[in-house]
Design a binder for this molecule. Sequence first.
Ligand SMILES: *Cc1c(COP(=O)(O)O)cnc(C)c1O
Length: 387
Amino acid sequence: MKIESQLAQIGSIKEPVTGAVNFPIYQATAFRHPKLGESTGFDYARTKSPTRSVLEEAAAQLEAGDAAFACSSGMAALQTIFALFSQGDHLIVSLDLYGGTYRLLERIMTRFGVTASYVDTNDIDAMSELCTPNTKAVLIETPTNPLMMITDIERVASWAKARGLLTIVDNTLLTPFFQRPLELGCDIVIHSATKYLGGHNDVLAGLIVTKGKELSAEMAFLHNSIGAVLGPQDSYLLMRGMKTLALRMERHQYNATTIANYLLKHESVEEVYYPALPHHPGHEIQNKQSSGNTGIFSFRLKDARYVEPILRHIKLIAFAESLGGVESLMTYPAVQTHADIPLEIRQAIGVDDRLLRFSVGIEHADDLIADLEQALAAAKREIGEEL
Ligand SMILES: *Cc1c(COP(=O)(O)O)cnc(C)c1O
């Protein structure tokens, strides 16, 4: 079945009693045992819960995995994955990393003796140099956020496999609609489902999808033992959002491409970072491994003084963190999402004070361009008056 059909039908043929087209919210934590030594398959909701199970089956199918685990947030999913590792273990991680993941690794996992090295994951030689007998896994984001750097997933996965390392991919930005890392040889996919999968800026959730029997069993043990699981109401909301993922991703992609091209020609803009643009360094790899492009991109202004007035003058586009929802949001990575990343690293990767990130929503592209046009014009006017 094509992915559009899988998405639209999430949970809709599973409810055996009433035939309800949407799988109901089972607001229960305890389940009656038929008799001693028997179970309905549900015992206690941390271990397994009906609404969450339907979501997890759908996620495993969409990502071509063997099992999926719904968590209370993307960070809870990452924390659960990192519990695979023990004192002394080492990870190789994408340099331009989500700020919260960096914070979890550097401020919390280091307390447990798990360390990470950050590297451009296209530089296989640099990765080989960093690899020690204690290295256990590679964690990549592709595209990265905010600089939209692309990593060749297949290449990294085969490099890792040859060394006995796990490959973990944060697939938040592309979703299984555009990219399925497990089909490219990876072992674990993680999502902040708060973003595109949920899609409506109204539910916080994370997903882990695993490949392989042993790894899936180990993850089930950790998911249940740690307990950062997703509740039934949020599981329902997430499935409801996912039903329209295909339509939303196509519109996000169309809007982002249209607006990225508009900004590229704008006199106040120095550069636009979006893999759909042919001059983007990751354009070809992106086209090889994914069937489309995400709805976020970043752009660098010619003058840092434009930033403040632009964020004050945008009206339709909200000045807010997060990404992946139907509403357009703009953020200033250097002081918001990436504030926890040290200045040297931020500067090395190019998250500077002229960079803005735009999560393009599903509004009409003309209205979004008109909003940008007036905000950029107002910024230029104000700066001009200062000079
Ligand atoms: C938001 C985000 C996370 C963290 O997810 P939460 O749902 O906010 O906990 C992890 N990775 C990426 C790429 C993200 O964008």
